[in-house]
Each structure stands twice: as structure tokens, then as C-alpha cells.
Design a protein around this ligand. Structure first.
Ligand code: SF4
Length: 300
């Protein structure tokens, strides 16, 4: 089958650096043991598993970073690319843990922006996904001044009685949904300062998916179900390229029924998806004979 390899796809610089940093810490005996990662280093279970099995790094996963720290009494703690709040950093230090910060520079920039706006008396509307670690860290920069919204209804619930309103965003959102929500916020707060913080890596992957997927009959997105940017790629393909799109964790998840009647399939992957998983999917698809699929029996 003809396979369109959507480019760019896969690991972004923030993820590559975070994984490298974690491996470096694990190899360096001067870092006290055990070595923990506070939350999944990236939202991909294969990456987490390999760091545990090959490097002995313990991943602590749970609803919020602050309470996860209760499980650690000694050793080294790595903060993930999603960033953490100052309260988490302070608590880790107070516990005497050695802290290693793998926060992506793009996330750090948003944290600095929030601190600066809050110090100048702004109320900040933060467009992000509830329950995701990135908003948790960003909102912790100015508790009480940052308001998380996902939808227009959330915006309607806000009652900010000030002219000093700013809006900023999580880095991995759909750029089109976000643009619409920003316009809605602007209609409610005409003088709002807008800082769209969707990162370059996310934008480039979304734009590539929106345009290159149009050439395909079906699109497969390789990524973990918890990865926000992978889910957004599925959404972008469906809504912008108007093609059927499926999120798969590995090659094993491919349902051949999706491919019946298709001559071209496009493949992309989230910025937290290891390259070898996407390669396996591409190789499997390239070996498929569309005519054989039409005939019925599934090729080996
Ligand atoms: S998706 Fe963007 S913000 Fe997140 S780690 Fe990658 S480059 Fe950084």
C-alpha cells in the first residue's frame, strides 16, 4: 500500500531533551538514588517502561504533582517537560530531594509570562485541558490570578471585573479551536492581551497533518491515548483534512477493516511517540497489498 509519511511528525525537541536528561541522571552515580520522575516524562507508556526497565527510573503517576511528592522521602526527582508549579519545587526542596528540571523551554516561557502578567495585576485566562499536568504547573505560577478554560461555557462562567485581562494557552492545543476560543474571549473582553503559546513543534505537526492528510484515504496517528498532542492530530485530520483518522498505540492496534478500499494511507505521530513505533507501522502498511485486502483475507 502507498504510505504518505507526514512530515514533520514524532518527537519534538522538548521531549528529546527531557528523555536525554533523565537517562543522563540515571547513568550518573553522583545523583542520589532512587531516581524518580514526577508524572509520566512524556505521555507514552513505552517511553516510561523503557526508562524503568533499562535505567531503573521510577515513574510516579497520579492526579497532581504536589501530592505525588508525598510518596518520596529521599533521592532525586525529575520534573517532566510539562513543567511544575513553584509549590512543587519548594516542597521537593524542603524534603531534601535533589531536583532535576526537564521542563521544556517553551513551557518555561509561558510560566515566565504568567508571572510577569500577574505581577502587573492582570487576570489571566488560560486555555488548556483540565487534569493535564501542563495547566497544573502553569496555573501554580500565580494562584488565584489564572483561570482555566476549555470551552465557551467556561468563559461564560468567568466574571472578571477588571480591564486588565490577558489570555494565554497550553502548548499542545489545536490551533484552530484555540483561535476560535480566543476570538470568543475577545468578544467578551475587548481589551484582552493575547499570548498564543501553542509551541512551534505542535503547530508544525498540525499544519503538516491538515495539508498532507488530504492526499490519503485513511490516516493513522501513532500515539498514546493520554497524549494531548496525539489526540489533537486525530482531531485536526478529521476536521481540517476531512479524512477518517485513527489513534493507535502500536502496529498491533491496526484494524484492517479501516483500510479496506483504501489505496493510500497517511501516517503521523505525536511529539511523544518513539520513532521505532511509527517505523513499525509504516513498514507494516508498506507490505500490505490493497488488492488482497479487498479480496478479504487479512495478510500475515
Ligand atoms: S510539544 Fe512543544 S512544549 Fe511540549 S515538549 Fe514538545 S516542544 Fe515542548
Amino acid at each position: 500500500m502507498e504510505v504518505i509519511k507526514i512530515t514533520p511528525r514524532g518527537y519534538c525537541y522538548g521531549v528529546v531533551d527531557a528523555i536525554q536528561l533523565a537517562k543522563q541522571v540515571a547513568r550518573d552515580p553522583s545523583y542520589p538514588r532512587p531516581v524518580y520522575i514526577l508524572g509520566m516524562i512524556v505521555h507514552n507508556r513505552h517511553v516510561v517502561q523503557s526508562l524503568t526497565e533499562e535505567y531503573g527510573i521510577i515513574t510516579l503517576d497520579g492526579p497532581d504533582r504536589l501530592s505525588l511528592l508525598d510518596q518520596i522521602t529521599s533521592g532525586t526527582v525529575i520534573f517532566t517537560a510539562h513543567g511544575v508549579s513553584p509549590a512543587v519545587k519548594a516542597k521537593a526542596k524542603a524534603k531534601g530531594l535533589v531536583c532535576v528540571d526537564a521542563t521544556c523551554p517553551d513551557v518555561t516561557r509561558t510560566h515566565e509570562l504568567i508571572r510577569d502578567l500577574a505581577s502587573r495585576g492582570y487576570q489571566i485566562i488560560y486555555i488548556g485541558k483540565r487534569g493535564h499536568p501542563e495547566p497544573e504547573g502553569a496555573m501554580g505560577e500565580a494562584p488565584g490570578s489564572v483561570h482555566l478554560v476549555e470551552t465557551r461555557e467556561d468563559v461564560d462562567q468567568l466574571d472578571l471585573k477588571t480591564d486588565k485581562v490577558a489570555v494565554t494557552t497550553q502548548t499542545t492545543l489545536s490551533q484552530w479551536d484555540t483561535a476560535e476560543l480566543i476570538e470568543y474571549i475577545r468578544s467578551r473582553y475587548p481589551g484582552v492581551l493575547v499570548y498564543n503559546e501553542i509551541c512551534f513543534a505542535t503547530q508544525a505537526r498540525q499544519e503538516a497533518a491538515a495539508t498532507q492528510a488530504k492526499e490519503a484515504d485513511v490516516v493513522l496517528v501513532v500515539g498514546d491515548a493520554r497524549s494531548n498532542n496525539s489526540n489533537r492530530l486525530v482531531q485536526v485530520v478529521r476536521e481540517r483534512a476531512r479524512r477518517p483518522a485513527y489513534l493507535i498505540d502500536t502496529v498491533e492496534d491496526i484494524d484492517l477493516n479501516w483500510l479496506k478500499g483504501a489505496r493510500k494511507v497517511a501516517v503521523t505521530s505525536g511529539s511523544s511517540t518513539p520513532t521505532h513505533l511509527t517505523r513499525a507501522v509504516i513498514e507494516f502498511l508498506e507490505a500490505l497489498d490493497p488488492d488482497q485486502l479487498e479480496a478479504g483475507p487479512a495478510p500475515g
